[in-house]
Design a binder for this molecule. Structure first.
Ligand SMILES: [Zn+2]
Length: 210
C-alpha cells in the first residue's frame, strides 16, 4: 500500500512524500522548495531516493537542485522529457499512457495530460493519482500552454480511473474553485452540497495560478 505524507509549501502548494508501506525509500512529488522537504524528512525515518515531477513550473521543480546537493546527487528524478526541466535524470516520453516500474514504488501508470502545460504528466500508483496542476478539488488548472480541447481530453483520461481513486492535486484551491463553479452553475445540487462542507475561510485565492 502506498503511504502518502502531506508537506504544505508556499501559500497553497501540497508536496506529497510517498513510499510503499513495505519500504522506507521515499519519493517526493513536485518539490517546489527543498528545505521544507529536508526538514520534514528529519522527523521521519524515511530515505529520500527520488523525485516525481509533473510539469516544469518552478513551484513544482524549484527544489530539485538543492535536494540533489543535499543527498549527494543520488536522487532519481523522473519527469516529462518534452519540457525544459533542469535536473531530470529519468526523462519520460509518454505519448498517451505507459506503465513503468520505479524502484521501491513498483508499477506506476503515467499519463500525458496536456492543457495546463503541454508536457504535463500525471502518475497513478496503486489507487492514488498525482495529477499536478491538471485537476483540482472543484476545478482544473489554468490553460497556460494547451487548448480547452486538450484539457478536456486530459480530464477524460483521468475520469477513467475507478471511483475509489484518491486524487492528490498540487494546490489547495477548493474554496475559490467552488465559488467560481457556483457562480456559473448556482443550482447544481452537488456543488451546493460540497460547498457547504468546505471551510469558507480556506484559500480565497483566485483560481488562476501557476
Ligand atoms: Zn503549474
Amino acid at each position: 500500500m502506498l503511504n502518502v505524507h502531506t508537506i504544505p509549501a508556499f501559500n497553497d502548494n501540497y508536496l506529497w512524500l510517498v513510499h510503499q508501506s513495505t519500504s522506507q525509500d521515499a519519493y517526493i512529488v513536485d518539490p517546489g522548495c527543498a528545505q521544507t522537504v529536508i526538514d520534514y524528512l528529519a522527523t521521519t525515518n524515511l530515505n529520500l531516493v527520488g523525485i516525481l515531477i509533473t510539469h516544469h513550473h518552478s513551484d513544482h521543480t524549484g527544489g530539485i537542485e538543492q535536494l540533489q546537493q543535499h543527498f549527494n546527487h543520488t536522487l532519481a528524478v523522473y519527469g516529462p522529457s518534452n519540457e525544459h526541466i533542469k535536473g531530470i535524470t529519468q526523462p519520460l516520453t509518454i505519448s498517451t499512457q505507459d506503465t513503468i516500474t520505479i524502484p521501491s514504488l513498483g508499477l506506476v501508470q503515467i499519463m500525458s495530460v496536456p492543457g495546463h502545460t503541454l508536457g504535463h504528466i500525471a502518475y497513478y500508483i496503486d489507487n492514488k493519482l498525482f495529477c499536478g496542476d491538471t485537476l483540482f478539488s472543484g476545478g482544473c488548472g489554468r490553460l497556460f500552454e494547451g487548448t480547452p480541447e486538450q484539457m478536456l481530453q486530459s480530464l477524460k483520461v483521468l475520469c477513467r480511473f475507478p471511483d475509489n481513486t484518491q486524487v492528490y492535486c498540487a494546490h489547495e484551491y477548493t474554496r475559490a474553485n467552488l465559488d467560481f463553479a457556483l457562480h456559473v452553475d448556482p443550482t447544481n445540487p452537488d456543488l451546493i452540497e460540497y460547498s457547504a462542507k468546505v471551510n469558507p475561510i480556506t484559500c480565497k485565492k483566485h483560481p488562476f495560478h501557476t
